[in-house]
Ligand binder design. Structure first.
Ligand code: FMN
Length: 206
């Protein structure tokens, strides 16, 4: 693909989407997505984002009550919903993520550093949500980023980060394998009998 086409695909031609093809997004595609977005820069490589990919009916049922009314229908129809949370105890991983400077873990440890740790987690986790969207588009997945949901309810239902950490969800992105034309969007509820269901049998967590 030419550079110009790629730039259109990721930025100039990419729009937030509200309708989806009912095509499943397999584990291999989600792995590819994660393996791209993880390279986006974060401060001291802290990488606080924690992702949950919701693809099952059970997962959708847990998510539904947390969504703002205007976001329910399109989110329920998406082949996959990525919950982007962040781990406020991200610094426990710093010895592995930033091994050339063991001192950085102490920047965030202790009661007096909680505000700094939380701000760092929110800032960098949100940045990683942006990297996720750019990576998804580069891989041919459209997105509909969303903050219209109840953070606390999503945290309780999905715990994007370990239970020991206070977590919060920064954004939701939904994805589909192909850009939806207006015609596809208009008829998405009447799916052809022989098309893939767009539903998967398991959710995934990274
Ligand atoms: C952090 C964030 C939160 C958003 N929240 C919602 C939302 O809750 N519901 C919605 O329909 N669109 C939401 N959007 C989509 C924006 O309205 C959309 O990206 C913006 O209008 C620009 O449109 P474009 O991406 O097509 O250029 C959100 C976008 C971002 C980046």
């Amino acid at each position: 693909m030419q550079t110009n086409e790629l730039l259109d695909k990721i930025f100039r031609g990419a729009r937030s989407q509200n309708g989806w093809l009912p095509t499943p997004v397999p584990d291999s595609k989600l792995r590819e997505l994660y393996d791209l977005m993880k390279f986006g820069p974060t401060s001291v490589n802290c990488s606080p984002a924690r992702l949950v990919f919701v693809r099952t009916e059970e997962g959708r049922a847990k998510l539904r009550p947390a969504l703002a009314p205007g976001n329910v229908e399109k989110t329920m129809a998406a082949p996959v919903v990525a919950i982007v949370g962040y781990d406020t105890r991200f610094y426990d991983q710093l010895p592995e993520l930033f091994p050339h400077n063991p001192a950085v873990k102490a920047w965030f440890e202790g009661d007096e550093k909680v505000d700094f740790a939380n701000t760092t987690a929110f800032r960098n986790g949100t940045l990683q949500g942006g990297y996720l969207i750019a990576a998804a588009r580069a891989l041919g997945l459209d997105c509909g980023p969303m903050s219209g949901f109840n953070n606390q309810a999503v945290d309780q239902a999905f715990s994007p980060a370990p239970a020991s950490a206070r977590t919060s969800s920064a954004a939701l992105a939904t994805a589909t394998p192909k850009r939806c034309s207006p015609a596809v969007r208009a008829c998405r509820s009447s799916k052809p009998a022989n098309s893939p269901s767009g539903r998967e049998s398991s959710d995934a967590r990274v």
